[in-house]
Structure formats: structure tokens, C-alpha cells
Design a protein around this ligand. Structure first.
Ligand code: 8CM
Length: 357
């Protein structure tokens, strides 16, 4: 039975344990550039003992930012600040990862703590794009412009270029953000995609954008390095995207080179309901995809307790767990978990800390 503190190898990359820091938007960049904040935020979680530290949703073009303060990798100039961060994480024994994203119809918003609403033109908002001219709704009132086939190709080119830059920056783990109502999810969900061309309608057509995009990324992301995809495994709405479809999509993603599915859900519509929010609530998605598809998975969503996290790994419901909010509360969670699980010798802080504690 695997343990939370067993190593985990995918391709040529080995994590020192099964604990990852989930990508979490910091909304703290200017013009997409990483700052000292990102170095400290990500670096302290590497020092904190995680096996994998994934940098936040990083936009592949300016239009694809959730907020004006999002991280970006749309130009070569963004690479330098990331080199320093990836190097620091690596030096402290964690694997540096990054999530590439395009917010689609959920772009051009104020930061969550500044209202989380669509920005007007006067507030320096911008035109958003999506599969169909359908607003997300609620506070996100902007109606996206339907992407042309040329624009679809341009965005896929941007994902490919950003992938090359992530490699150049020294990241060893790459994740395509295809969840939470952002561009990929808005293509594969029937709620947001009403197209009648080859990118809409049937299941095959709705998943085409995501599968093609991952394929483009895999072509430039070396075979020796892991490539992951975060999916929303359900829209939690009648008539929306389902786990059965997520399983089928995962099979296609595996064929074009995905190594791991990061199993999340929801956020594609403000109207979702009847979701069983609680500890480990999304773990059944990870369990189903891992079993049905035969692919590595990550479990995410209200994982806070070491015994709970270890049970997810030991029972084979996921290969790794990704913690978000709990890592904000405590960057040293992995060391505490090691004490709880009696694996202290496998999680030793750096010498300047270890000597004293
Ligand atoms: C914010 C930005 C992007 C995401 C997010 C959030 C917040 C919660 C979450 O996902 O689960 O993908």
C-alpha cells in the first residue's frame, strides 16, 4: 500500500512524497511578471516539504488573464523572473511546476478581494473571447466574442509558445488548466458552447479544442517530463458536463500524451447546485478516472488532514494529493503530516530549521 511519504515517479521526474501545492492565483503580478511575492510564496512551500509546487494559472496571452494582476508567460521577457523561482524550488528538493491557462469568458475581472466582477472599459477591462457569445452570468456580465477558427489556432499557438518558455524557465512539471469555466472547460461544456462548427455540438467536437491544445503542448514539452491536465469532472448542473464525459476526455488526453489528470469540478456556471461540498468531496472523480482510464491522477478539494490525505493515497484513489487553502494556512503542513503519520525521517526541513526543531 503506498504511503503519503512514498516517492512518486512520473517519466524522469521523482517527487519526494505525494504532497503537492495546488496552483493558486496570487493576483500579485504587474504585466504578468512574477515578483518577490511569488518567490516567497512558492519558495516557502518548497522549504515546507511539499514534493511538488505548482505555480498559479499563468496566462498564455494578455486577453486570457482572469484579472489585470494575473501571472503571464506570453513573452520571452517573462522567463527570467521564473528561472529564479524554479531554481529555488528545485534547490530545496521540490519539483517546480506551472499551470498554463486562458480564462476565456471569465477574463477581465476584478481581483476576488476587490469584488470579483467584470471590469468595465473605464476600469481597464478588455474584450473577452469564448466558444460562443454567452456571458458566464452573475457578476461576470461580459459577453465573450465567439472565436473564429483563426483565433482558435492563435490561442493554441500561444499555449505552445508558453510551454516552450516554461521549459526554458526550468519547470519540470506542466499542467494545462482545463477546468473551472476557463477557456478549455467552456469549450467542452455544452452549457457554454453552442457552436455549430467542428468545435461545438457533439462530444467529439466540444473536446476538440482541449485535446488539440494538449497535443500542441506535448509536441514541445519533452517526453521525459510530466504533463498534467486539470479538468472539471462535473458541471453539477442537469444538462451539463458529466463525469462519464470527463472519463472519455481523459482517455483522449492520455492518447495525446497526458501523464496525469488533476481532478477538480465545477465553476463553469454560477448556477451549479447539489454538490456534496465537504472533506475530500472531489476524490471520487480521481478514483473513477484512475480506475477507468488507467492514468495517474491528483485529488484536490478540501484535503486538510494527514490521515485523510494518506487514506486517499493508500486506497489507490489518487497518486498524489494537491492541497490549496491548507497550504496557505500552513506551508509546513508536510512536516506536521510526517509527524502525525510517523514518517518524520522522510521529511526533514533544511538544516537551518532542522537543527533546532
Ligand atoms: C481562482 C482562480 C482560478 C482557479 C480557481 C480559483 C479559486 C478556486 C479554485 O480555482 O478552485 O482555477
Amino acid at each position: 500500500m503506498p504511503n503519503l511519504f512514498d516517492r512518486f515517479t512520473v517519466k524522469d521526474v521523482t517527487l519526494r512524497n505525494r504532497i503537492g501545492v495546488s496552483p493558486m492565483c496570487q493576483y500579485s503580478s504587474r504585466d504578468g511578471f512574477a515578483s518577490d511575492w511569488h518567490l516567497v510564496h512558492l519558495g516557502s512551500r518548497a522549504i515546507g516539504g511539499a514534493g511538488l509546487v505548482i505555480a498559479e494559472a499563468t496566462a498564455v496571452e494578455p486577453r486570457g488573464r482572469i484579472s489585470p494582476q494575473d501571472a503571464g508567460l506570453w513573452s520571452d521577457e517573462h522567463v527570467e523572473a521564473l528561472v529564479r523561482i524554479a531554481k529555488f524550488i528545485t534547490e530545496h528538493g521540490a519539483v517546480p511546476g506551472i499551470q498554463l491557462a486562458h480564462a476565456g469568458r471569465k477574463a477581465s475581472c476584478a481581483r476576488p478581494w476587490e469584488g470579483d466582477h467584470s471590469l468595465t472599459d473605464e476600469e481597464d477591462g478588455w474584450e473577452t473571447v469564448g466558444p460562443s457569445p454567452l456571458a458566464f452570468g452573475h457578476k461576470l456580465w461580459r459577453v465573450p466574442r465567439e472565436m473564429t477558427l483563426d483565433e482558435i489556432r492563435d490561442v493554441q499557438n500561444a499555449f505552445e509558445a508558453a510551454t516552450s518558455r516554461a521549459l526554458e524557465a526550468g519547470y519540470q512539471w506542466l499542467e494545462l488548466h482545463a477546468a473551472h469555466g476557463y477557456l478549455c472547460h467552456s469549450f467542452y461544456s455544452p452549457l457554454s458552447n453552442h457552436r455549430t462548427d467542428e468545435y461545438g455540438g457533439s462530444f467529439e467536437n466540444r473536446i476538440r479544442f482541449t485535446v488539440e491544445t494538449l497535443d500542441r503542448m506535448r509536441r514541445v514539452w519533452p517526453e521525459r517530463l510530466p504533463l498534467a491536465v486539470r479538468l472539471s469532472c462535473s458541471d453539477w448542473v442537469d444538462g451539463g458536463w458529466t463525469i462519464e464525459e470527463a472519463i472519455e476526455l481523459s482517455k483522449r488526453l492520455k492518447k495525446v500524451g497526458a501523464d496525469l489528470i488533476d481532478c477538480s469540478s465545477g465553476f463553469g456556471t454560477p448556477d451549479y447546485k447539489n454538490y456534496p461540498f465537504g472533506p475530500g468531496w472531489q476524490v471520487p472523480f480521481s478514483d473513477a478516472i484512475r480506475r477507468e482510464v488507467g492514468i495517474h491522477t491528483a485529488a484536490v478539494g478540501l484535503i486538510t488532514d494527514p490521515v485523510q490525505a494518506n487514506e486517499i493515497i493508500a486506497s489507490g484513489k489518487a497518486d498524489i494529493v494537491l492541497l490549496a487553502r491548507e497550504m496557505l494556512r500552513d506551508p509546513y503542513w508536510p512536516y506536521r503530516a510526517a509527524l502525525t503519520l510517523d514518517r518524520k525521517s522522510e521529511a526533514t526541513p533544511p538544516a537551518p530549521y532542522a537543527h533546532w526543531i
